[in-house]
Ligand binder design. Structure first.
Ligand code: ADE
Length: 244
């Protein structure tokens, strides 16, 4: 990671599953600060934009020197709102690289010449953060959890949102009744086949109502309609997209 604010990663690297993965040698995270590669007494990393305008830009020389201090075989990813959208497919692709160098912009941006030194640019969504650090953490979590051994149970990677292009079904734990909100009877039944169908139906229903863009076809198959109807999730005849 290349960042002028490496402190941000302090508790990220020392807490929870990421910490455990680092401790067991499954992943490693190093930060390189462009300030340590900056020249002059003040070790300046930013400067005003040519042509005028607000704010300061990260200068190319310390930033690129910091990138070049990472292993040369490393795949360089620049975090920027102008990058390609990050999703589970991108996470799975990036998880295959041995080493990633994640380059975090800060302040109002970075000198555009940095782009000539990276392999790709990624955005975690259509909003503007204060810098790339939070985006880099999102990318690290999404790729680290795909490394074998990072999650105890490998199934937790398989059935979740977006690895099949569906939203996950709702889940419940004890107590069976909380402030008059009850857990669906089916889930307490111990009937594994019905539970599996209930989950499939609710996953489909959620996707239809919240993220129809994830479905390949805007028409549900007869079988999908039957499944939804089995759990009273759509009225007999209605179009499914109506009550979003
Ligand atoms: N830096 C600032 N905003 C960002 C975003 N949405 N994605 C990636 N990097 C960013």
């Amino acid at each position: 990671m290349v960042s002028v604010l490496p402190q941000i990663f302090g508790s990220f690297n020392t807490t929870g599953i990421i910490h455990r993965a680092i401790q067991s040698g499954l992943i490693s995270i190093e930060t390189i600060n462009p300030r340590d590669h900056a020249k002059g007494r003040h070790r300046t990393v930013d400067d005003a934009p040519y042509g005028g305008g607000n704010g300061m830009l990260l200068k190319p020389d310390p930033l690129i020197a910091a990138m070049e201090a990472a292993p040369s075989s490393s795949h360089r990813v620049l975090l920027t709102p102008a990058g390609i959208p990050f999703d589970q497919t991108q996470a799975a692709r990036l998880a295959n690289f041995d080493t990633l160098t994640l380059i975090c912009g800060r302040y109002e941006g970075f000198d555009a010449r940095v782009e000539a030194y990276v392999d790709e640019e990624i955005s975690i969504g259509d909003f503007v953060l204060l810098g790339g650090e939070v985006a880099a953490m999102a990318l690290i979590e999404a790729t680290a959890r795909l490394q074998p051994g990072v999650l105890g149970n490998h199934n937790s990677v398989r059935d979740e949102s977006h690895s099949t292009p569906r939203l996950e079904h709702p889940q419940y734990t004890r107590p069976p009744c909380f402030r008059e909100l009850t857990v669906p009877e089916v889930l307490l039944s111990g009937d594994h086949e019905t539970v599996a169908r209930w989950r499939h139906a609710h996953s489909l229903h959620r996707t239809v109502r919240r993220r129809p863009d994830l479905l390949k076809s805007s028409e549900l198959s007869d079988e999908q309609r039957r499944l939804l109807r089995e759990f009273s999730l759509i009225p007999e005849t209605d179009a499914v997209f109506e009550d979003g």
